[in-house]
Ligand binder design. Sequence first.
Ligand code: 4NP
Length: 159
Amino acid sequence: MVKVLFVCLGNICRSPLAEGIFKQLVREEGLEDKIHIDSAGTSGWHIGEPPDPRTIEVAQKNEVPIDHYGKEVTPRDFEKFDYIIAMDDSNRADLERLRRRARHNKAQLFKMRDFDDIGTGGDVPDPYYGGPDGFDKVFELLRRSSRNLLEKIKNDHKL
Ligand code: 4NP
């Protein structure tokens, strides 16, 4: 199994949406037995909580199923996952610090929009404090980036 972990701050907006979008793409390509997908937050603020209602709404509107409860990323995730995908620079810096506490580092660390054709390398903006249109924008960024990320993983692992 190739293992992919999406990470944001709260694990209730961006990363569970990325998880849902990416899972759907993987299912469409019949790769669900080869690629394991999860998400987590750099904070423990929303452990055990379902995603933000606006996350669920934008996912439903786009027919993307979401089934996730909040959890916090740990140093062990660097031993477990092959790809850890941060949403923004702040998540990435937090993850670099966690990585130093891992006993083994299997994971490669990227930012989601390293895989976006438009605005390559930018942040997935945090939609938490904005209006619902922020979630639509995030959805589109995540969908674009997900397609390219999946192509990379298929190439890397000859899937
Ligand atoms: P996320 O958004 O990192 O995309 O899940 C946030 C969710 C919650 C908070 C901040 C960002 N918060 O401050 O609780």
